[in-house]
Write a protein that binds this ligand. Sequence first.
Ligand code: NI
Length: 393
Amino acid sequence: MKNFIRLILFIMIIMCWGGIEISAQTSLSVSVDGKAVNYENSEVPYISSSGNPVVPLVSTMKALGADISYSEETKAITVKKDSNSIIIPLGKQYIKVEDKYLILSEPTVSVNGRTMVDIIPIVYSLRKAITFNIIEKNVSIENIPTFELLNFVDKVPEWAENPTFDDQKDKGTVVEESVDKNVVKKKEKTDLSGKKLVALTYDDGPNGKSTSIILDVLKENKVKATFFVLGTNVYNNKEQAIRTVSEGHEVANHSYSHKDLTKLGVSGINKEIQETQKAIKDVTGVTPTLLRVPYGAFNQNVKSNAGLPIIQWNIDTLDWKTRSADKTVNSVLNNVKDGDIVLMHNIHMSTAEATKILVPELIKRGYTLVTVSELAEAKGVQLKNGTVYNSFK
Ligand code: NI
């Protein structure tokens, strides 16, 4: 009897939760062991605007022969298959696998009252095989054991705990009509009014040791910075990219391979920028909203095709040139004012050393260290794509 009540409750929650309407979708077919999964009319698998297959969880897992249960207390669905068990919290962008977490590319959403999930990491976490053919628009799941190396993390980043659903608005694949406000909470913002603000920015990473030291210093001092990363380095240093986001820093676009964008045509500019957007989204789940052009070099063509606000700086530490921690520190402390953007690079040990001195000293002088987006917002600036910003006064 108790089980029956739980089942009814589970079905009700699955039916009632949320309510996103699909207006037009990129249709997607899903099969398990070669047989098409039977979905109800209200269940429509789709390819998200960032190119991930998103499918109805319950029907797909049933077709795979998995056990599904729902906990009202934790608002999460547990899926068990063979000896593997995963927990999928509703409205979040991660799943729990034993005592670790796996960040999803898409938040778990409700469409037409059905729980929709980013299916690839879920199937891999159950140690089953899945292939996705984006050209033929099909997902094929197979009940055979596989062992994919998955990027588990120990801690859920704040953004994955409270994901935003802006992706659904992209390209008109899915229109978000009303997301259950109990499920999707807005990020709380700290009041920065009247404070002296500075945005430290680090370019060209992520990169091994120096990035780790910089992140350690920022964490110890409980401050945030902005990292303008290269697409290639994001793929080569995935863990650090994930760590940067999970510790609340802003990760932004610094092109894919550090080419001078003024020397490229429109397609070259788009490629450098879009491939980096994709790399960052793929690895960290976050879509960057800022661009810093390599060498600070832009022209009208770059501005017209940037598709993002272009962030320069007004304090250039020349850290790449001097490779001196002292000179880097002094170039900031001798010039710093409220609203400044400081340029540094997270590929030099001297800059990591400078950060150890600079951060506590700025705090001592009454500065609050924020990300570039926080700085712009605090100063009441609405960032516009293709516009160049040097500081926010
Ligand atoms: Ni650079």
